[in-house]
Design a protein around this ligand. Sequence first.
Ligand SMILES: NC(=O)C1=CN([C@@H]2O[C@H](COP(=O)(O)OP(=O)(O)OC[C@H]3O[C@@H](n4cnc5c(N)ncnc54)[C@H](O)[C@@H]3O)[C@@H](O)[C@H]2O)C=CC1
Ligand SMILES: O=C(CO)COP(=O)(O)O
Length: 366
Amino acid sequence: MHNMAKPQGTKSPHTLRLAFLGGGSFGTAMSNLAARNGCDSTLWVRNKRTVKSLQKNRVNKKYLPGYILDERLKYEHDLKAAVQDKDIIFVAVPSSAFRETLRKIRPYLSGQSVVSLTKGMEKDTFSLMSDIISQELPEVNFGVMSGPNLAVEIMQNMPSASVIASDSEPLRHAVQSALHSAFFRVFASDDIKGVELGGALKNIYAIAMGMAASYNVGENTKAMLLTRGLAEMSRFGVASGANPLTFLGLAGVGDLYATCSSELSRNYRIGNMLGNGMSLEAAIKKLGQTAEGVNTIQQVHEKATKLGIYMPITHALYAVIFEDQAALGVALNLMESGFRSDVEFVMPHEYSNESLNAQMNATSKK
Ligand SMILES: NC(=O)C1=CN([C@@H]2O[C@H](COP(=O)(O)OP(=O)(O)OC[C@H]3O[C@@H](n4cnc5c(N)ncnc54)[C@H](O)[C@@H]3O)[C@@H](O)[C@H]2O)C=CC1
Ligand SMILES: O=C(CO)COP(=O)(O)O
């Protein structure tokens, strides 16, 4: 890797050479951002015809129609040509294709760093993308990037920010200098698990919020859902080795807010379609794009059940989507469930409902 330790804003004698793997909306938006920043940026797309169309029209017709891409952005369908001699490889394929993509690039690696842009969990293994990188590319310097980054808003130059998490300070600086601009700020973290879990878990609550919106709920209800979702995220994060304070940052509450408030979010749209009575299969088909949250609900429901982590919203959503339970009845049960502490890192939730009931009975008898 060249000039990794250069501080942000220093004129570099060597332009960073970047590859972005995945021609969907996010890989396209981020590779475009890097090209516009003057990086040598190449977008790898597996389909040769799509590459030809991108070269000719400079528009990603399927995923970002109507947005002209920077003339300096390069396109490649040959994986070896895309990744060899690069400084950083950003991976923006869905979680279901992440491991297979790393296996394919492995023969062409000779010192490149890898940064995951993917927000999800591998089906059945519950691996996060950082776990998969460590398993498949143990020698590689890596990071994960996550934050409130709706691709369409990035293409519209709406001011946005994200987080690069890595144990490597030079890699954090390199990613900051590659992507930072007047429209896009990149903050740093060394809590890889926390940043990654923020991006993966918020998709669960975006689906819940999209579903709630179909019932025309008020702002109080949305605020409750969002903050109790955040409580679940940080609880699950701590059980997975993350720092709970990370969930107060851009990759936690920031991304949760963006994804839970916008119809640009595919997860929100899936929830909304389900709430309006569409079947899961029909909603996924109609969306025609990646919605990681559908798999994440299943993974987290299973893991939280196994580890005894209290995730009532996730379990309720699972019951509605995968066990055909009626949404209103499930929501009522959620509302009627026992007393809890607001922020358990402030006041630990140490009383079970039974012990609380016993205390209340004792008090009322006095
Ligand atoms: N779109 C967004 O606003 C953001 C997306 N992300 C994350 O980025 C990841 C990718 O999402 P999007 O780009 O939005 O998805 P998308 O649905 O727009 O596109 C997915 C792309 O991956 C390609 N792909 C699928 N399987 C592949 C395989 N086996 N090999 C190579 N390419 C394959 C598809 O052809 C398509 O080009 C997801 O984990 C998502 O959560 C993260 C931040 C923002
Ligand atoms: O992660 C995102 C924004 O930060 C994109 O959310 P969706 O995958 O729900 O579209």
